[in-house]
Design a protein around this ligand. Structure first.
Ligand SMILES: C[C@@H](O)[C@H](N)C(=O)O
Ligand SMILES: C[C@@H](O)[C@H](N)C(=O)O
Lengths: 167, 167
């Protein structure tokens, strides 16, 4: 199946929260997101990688509208004893850049192109999350507009498609 | 915007590779996925969380068709010196469970329900990756069918929608 990259989306309206050092056992993720849901917080991306083999602890990150940031942090802090995390790693302003398209399940070449363009521009990739129709990276908010330009060029989208920019 | 969960998808045909302990600097992800692309490997999910603050090292995981597993491992092992990773954490058979729907950007309640159902069934969540239309978790392959049942029930999908099962 062919991969098609249709456009680039930039979102500069989000924050990121990482719940650091949680036990990799059933119930952990449920507890965290129940706390967040009860605080009436909207969520965009959730990213969790495998636990560290030595510690059996994992980190769970999520992004959310900047307007919900303080509310989410407060809810997690007050539940700290129950949730048992080590710390929260917070980033009130992040850049989220996505390439959107289709057939990206066969997309190792698409990923290599995206990551290569970012690397050449000196943009560090803080988080990666993908689906068949979207490859998203989190970057420093000050680098994301430049990142969008180089990614447009890398996929030959200049002059054809505008970056979709969210406030 | 309302969140709608339309169905549950189970995929038992994938493997997972984690490239452990890579420097969190521009170029790392590009190099890894260039090696993978050159090996002509198809990729499904890529998951990378933020680096560990003490070490500035990150882990990059990806899932792929089980048929591509050996080829991908071989390519990464032979590029080890260039890529500079600590180790590869390998899982030749994983379960991937997804809930598919729409409007899941406002989905903290949907995530809480999904993770809660898995927790109650004693299914450990190894990785999480989300988009507006899909929330995916990686589980042990032996638990994923049971996981699909409890998730169906949790979202009231019993009798209405069949789990979409990939070989
Ligand atoms: C880390 C977290 O995802 C845990 N494994 C759980 O199942 O809830
Ligand atoms: C870890 C990896 O994503 C690195 N930050 C990069 O930009 O390539």
């Amino acid at each position: 199946e062919e991969s098609v990259v249709a456009g680039v989306a930039v979102d500069k309206g989000q924050s990121k929260i990482t719940v650091v050092g949680v036990p990799d056992v059933p119930g952990t993720a449920a507890q965290i997101f129940t706390v967040v849901a009860k605080a009436d917080v909207n969520i965009d991306m959730i990213v969790q990688n495998i636990a560290a083999s030595k510690t059996n602890l994992s980190d769970i990150s999520f992004t959310l509208p900047a307007d919900d940031f303080k509310k989410a942090v407060a809810a997690l802090e007050s539940a700290k004893a129950t949730l048992g995390f080590d710390s929260l790693q917070l980033d009130e302003k992040i850049g989220k850049l996505s390439i959107v398209g289709s057939g990206m399940k066969t997309h190792s070449g698409v990923s290599a192109t995206l990551f290569g363009a970012l690397a050449k521009a000196g943009v560090n990739i803080e988080m990666i999350s993908t689906s068949e129709i979207r490859i998203s990276v989190v970057t420093n908010i000050d680098q994301v507009d430049e990142a969008a330009k180089v990614v447009h060029t890398a996929f030959g989208l200049d002059g054809e498609a505008e970056a979709v920019v969210y406030a």
